[in-house]
Design a binder for this molecule. Structure first.
Ligand code: PMP
Length: 414
């Protein structure tokens, strides 16, 4: 395409790339082109080094020992909680609960909020383009409580149809659970407006932020969401950690999800009283090292600037969209006006799994499958898609290579 100049220099991408050792790998003898950032992101040296230092020199258990090693570890752990709270604009760090990731965070809310607030005949609203992690827990809850699941439909571009959403809302609606960004299509949902409408009927809103947290500035107070979930491994941090923001007035009223050590006020053999949030929802020894690592990945993203990240990735999206649109027989699945840097596509002549295998031979890592969003695939009449999902460390040259490799794949199969 040769118009790399269209990209502004909001970021020093070469410098950024030099901080990600994984990007120097070769695959099948080719330099790795990593375009599966929607699944998981690679890790910067600063985060890797922070984790190494913590494990080597600072490691201890948290919240228990009244000795120096444990006190210091606890201090670092709580500092990381503050970083997460600041990053997402939470009013207080006590509104941040560490979990193993988005999946566990949504399950926590479905179980705990559900137990407290959802009864037979109530309604829960999700959308047609949710990850299974934001679908199955609500189905289970509805089954258990005798509640009903309602689904916001999408148009052919993959945008939620808000007029239809309005028709679903009623005083029976207890919670609306939608993603901020669809992992299968890239659609950015208007969650602030969705929240406003949910609140107007007295319902609550959970925003699945797995795909937005590392790609745009998120302010949970501005969005006015009641819950927001995120995963560390999609934020340039470790796997095994993520979390939940919840408004304190709600968390205070919610029963524990997992019980055991560290989440109690007092235990006698007859009765247990529970700690206040966030401890109430963090039973057992947490993923201490991973939390520290997540704090470091947040420092790293802040260093680049979330607005710069969003602007650069938007340029990548526009560039990549133009590249793929020129390929005969390629259908982009998800063409919303407001999109994150995700390109999901379908070729009539090649199954997505074969596309992935062929691209892999060129060192290009993309995902092929239903992306844990089977209802989305059904809506768009495809069994699966191939998906290139970008990060601020990707370059336009890599998108040229992607397009070239897709063309070669088409030739092989035609
Ligand atoms: N929701 C969305 C939109 C996602 O993209 C993902 C991960 N692909 C999840 C939820 C689940 O996240 P995790 O596997 O980190 O729990």
């Amino acid at each position: 395409m040769n118009d790399h100049k269209v990209m502004s220099s909001v970021l020093d991408v070469d410098k950024i790339r030099s901080e990600f050792p994984a990007l120097t790998r070769t695959v099948h003898g080719k330099p790795l082109i990593y375009l599966d950032n929607g699944a998981t992101t690679q890790k910067p040296l600063q985060m890797i080094e922070r984790v190494r230092k913590f494990d080597a020199e600072e490691y201890g258990t948290v919240r228990r020992g009244a000795y120096k090693v444990s006190e210091y570890s606890t201090q670092l752990y709580e500092e990381a909680r503050q970083k997460v709270a600041d990053f997402f604009g939470a009013g207080s760090k006590s509104e941040i609960i560490f979990t193993s990731g988005t999946t566990q965070a949504i399950n926590l809310v479905a179980y705990s909020f559900g137990k407290q607030f959802v009864k037979a005949g109530d309604e829960i609203i999700i959308s047609n383009i949710e990850h299974h992690a934001n679908t199955v827990p609500w189905q289970v809850l509805c089954e258990e409580r005798g509640a009903h699941l309602k689904v916001i439909p999408v148009n052919d571009e993959g945008e939620l149809i808000l007029e239809e959403y309005d028709k679903l809302l009623s005083n029976k609606t207890r919670i609306v659970a939608v993603n901020h960004v669809s992992n299968a299509l890239g659609t950015v949902n208007p969650v602030k407006e969705i929240a406003r409408r949910a609140h107007s009927v007295g319902a609550r809103i959970l925003v699945d932020g797995a795909q937005s947290s590392s790609h745009m500035k998120v302010d949970v107070q501005d969005l006015d969401c009641d819950f927001y979930t995120f995963s560390g491994h999609k934020m340039y941090g470790p796997s095994g950690v993520g979390g939940l923001f919840g408004k304190m007035e709600l968390l205070e009223q919610m029963p524990p999800y997992v019980t055991g050590g560290d989440m109690i006020m007092q235990v006698t053999l007859e009765k247990t009283t529970y700690a206040r949030p966030p401890a109430r929802f963090e039973a057992g020894t947490p993923p201490i090292t991973q939390v520290i690592g997540l704090g470091a990945s947040i420092d790293y993203m802040n260093g680049i600037g979330m607005d710069n990240i969003a602007e650069y990735e938007h340029q990548l999206l526009e560039y990549g969209t133009k590249c793929l649109e020129k390929i005969d027989g390629l259908r982009l699945i998800g063409t919303a006006k407001d999109k994150a840097a995700i390109l999901s596509f379908y070729l009539d002549c090649v199954h997505p799994h074969d596309i992935v295998t062929c691209l892999d031979q060129d060192g290009i890592a993309v995902r092929g499958g239903h992306h844990c969003a089977q209802p989305t695939m059904i809506r768009f009449g495809v069994p699966a898609t191939a998906r290139a999902s970008m990060s601020f460390y990707n370059k336009t040259e890599e998108l040229d290579a992607l397009a070239e490799s897709i063309r070669r794949t088409i030739k092989i199969f035609s």
